[in-house]
Design a protein around this ligand. Sequence first.
Ligand SMILES: [Mn+2]
Length: 401
Amino acid sequence: MSHDHDHGHDHHHDLAPEGFWQQPRRLGEGLEGHGATDDFNEGRAPGLLFPNRKNEGGFSGIQTFAKLPVALTPDDLRAAKVDVAVLGVPWDSTATGRSGTNHGPLAIRACDYKGGYGRPHFSLDTHVDAFEELVMADYGDAPISVGNTARTFEQVRKFIGTVVDAGAIPIVLGGDHSITWPSATAVADHYGYGKVGIVHFDAHADTGSDMPGSLASHGTPMRHLINSGAVPGKNFVQVGLRGYWPEQETLDWMDDQKMRTHFMAEIIRDGFDKVLERAVDEALDQADHLYISLDIDVCDPAYAPGTGTPEPGGITSNDILRAVRRLAAEVGIVAMDVVEVSPPYDDRGEITALLANRAVREAMTGIAMHRQGITEPDFLHPYAIGLDADGNRRNQVFRRA
Ligand SMILES: [Mn+2]
């Protein structure tokens, strides 16, 4: 570890690798290993591990996401040809408001009640079963070095990089929103800087320059991604911004970067579906590969109270679930994160964790639809909207003669 007092750096910078605190920088420099190891089962053949019995309910047994089998190493992902890998980043040390998002990944897994792996899981909206269509696994959680942001972010970047490199779509459970910096950087490492676009659902822009006194915070990841070149500003579509932050100077910077931003005011004026159409068009128009970054606080605190910086006046559960599925189906995604779920602040019904869980399931459904070629705008199965196979209304009133 080196630090140079001649440059007058504050002593709290000493733990960072050299250059970490200078912008722009690239993550992923100087880290050995990626933390994706199977320490306890050395020598086993790579592939999926099934930690549950078939008849264990979703609410019981060993809690992987949706009772999915487990993969622990990149070799496991490759051997099983995994399409989608769910993984956690249990990190909350860069939150500015309420903390507790380090408990998010486990809560999002554990709140489920839906039945086990190998049972029908098809979506009533679309009649598509992601669990039938895709090979999916729970990849466990990224290595975290508590109190050491720089080291942790290097580890997260590397850990998620191994998933993308193994050909799987990572679905990342946060964690505070700062983890989108290393996560999206890992995806850009694979597909190329400038080749990845982000549709970013959030009450907040997360384009802060330095808060509070630290470059790495859950209010700054999008600026880091833009400054490093991993994800240029023109590749961003933001949806749901509201409240009292950021200030004009940052909004001007965002415009300079050509970010496409949809404030809550636009959603209220024109309706969510209209704005979603615009966002889908912009996502198709931007980069070659789409990453969804979902801050659960884009939803109103009535739907997502368990979060670090809640902002009243947001979108509904139904809005975000449809939006995620439509983007995954119509545009196609290479990665997604769901962040800012803070279980200590969630209500006793686990509203927020359950919403995050279902957002992941909608992403899975959308990914499966995309694979099947179901990419038409706002596809719904006829049965789901009350029609029979011939397009006639299924339910009718039969009056007595
Ligand atoms: Mn937010």
